[in-house]
Design a protein around this ligand. Structure first.
Ligand code: ADP
Ligand code: MG
Length: 307
């Protein structure tokens, strides 16, 4: 459905998107996650035809998005990361305005916008001024207007930011509803937990590159498969660290006062031997266990380089 290949975008010398390749199948609810500044908005703007990349390709339903921008814009509904100001515009007029941009006739606009406002639960707000709506309502209105030309792909840039928990739940239900109607949806956020419970696939972006992507289960399995061991100790930290450093295939993730975390590819007997050596060397080992993988841990690991 959406194929991004070797996409690059720089602002001056700064590389905001760095060789991004990503495929999102039809019908996915794809979560695009990464810390602020990762390059999500820049990528989304290029996908939506609002900005040109320095190089790379974007195809939507097999159509070259960069060469055939007009055609592509009919395939995409875009909910930007800011709402804008609409002085003295009523909800109904707002929908009319966006409908007219797609050269739809007024009866068609009215019919479709009635359906859409119903879908986003704003039917009773048609005569309300847009600026008087709550943030959650504005966000849902924005989704309705992004759908007015019946696009196959809906792209939302941080739609949950500034929403209270109830409005977030409503947004989640709305997006899942749209997915069941056959839309392909891309939603970005800098908060992983917001996406992991609603999306079926995710991509994690950091410093302009995609560091992890796939179906949630597969990404999780990848994390579970990577062996992290946590050793807790009361005394002998230095000895423990020395012993760890003597083993090959062991990478130290962190070394706290009473806790050492490492990623390894050792067998069980090797682990037992290493811990045994620690105890024999006078380290007071109070416990050791395998760290269960979760998406949050993965996210912290792949994005947590402090830059
Ligand atoms: N118009 C611009 N000019 C210069 N730098 C920009 C511009 N827009 C974004 N950036 C920089 O590019 C990086 C990626 O930004 P952005 O795509 O907005 O990230 P995200 O949406 O993931 O927070 C950031 O470091 C940001 O400061
Ligand atoms: Mg952004």
């Amino acid at each position: 459905m959406l194929q991004i290949s070797n996409l690059y975008k720089s602002y001056g010398k700064f590389q905001a998107v760095n060789n991004l390749t990503l495929h999102i199948p039809k019908g996915d609810l794809f979560g695009f996650v990464g810390p602020n500044g990762a390059g999500k908005t820049t990528t989304i703007r290029m996908v939506c035809g609002l900005m040109l990349p320095n190089s790379g390709h974007i195809a939507i339903n097999g159509i070259d998005a960069l060469a055939r921008q007009k055609e592509i814009k009919r395939q995409i509904g875009y909910v930007p990361d800011f709402f804008g100001v609409y002085d003295n515009l009523k909800v109904r007029e707002y929908m009319d305005f966006y409908g007219s941009m797609y050269r739809m006739d007024s009866r068609e606009i009215q019919r479709i916008s009635d359906d859409l406002l119903d879908l986003v639960n704003l039917s009773d707000k048609k005569e309300a001024f847009v600026d008087t709506l709550s943030r959650g309502m504005k966000q849902r209105l924005c989704v309705a207007r992004a759908l007015i030309h019946n696009p196959a792909l809906l792209v939302l840039d941080e739609p949950n930011s500034g929403l209270d928990p109830r409005a977030r739940v409503e947004m989640k239900e709305l997006l899942q509803n749209l997915r069941s109607m056959g839309k392909t949806i891309v939603i970005s956020s800098h908060i992983l937990s917001e996406l992991s419970e609603m999306c079926n696939s995710i991509g994690i972006m950091n410093h302009g590159s995609l560091v992890e992507a796939g179906r949630i289960e597969d990404v999780l399995e990848g994390v579970l498969g990577s062996n992290q061991l946590v050793i807790t100790l009361d005394e002998g930290r230095e000895t423990a660290l020395r012993i760890v450093s003597e083993y090959v295939g062991v990478e130290l993730d962190s070394a706290g006062e009473h806790e050492i975390r490492l990623t390894h590819n050792m067998t069980k007997p090797q682990i037992a031997r290493m811990v045994g050596e620690m105890i024999a060397g006078g380290v007071v080992v109070t416990g050791f266990h395998k760290q269960e993988g979760d998406l949050e841990t993965l996210f912290m690991r792949v994005t947590g380089d402090g830059q």
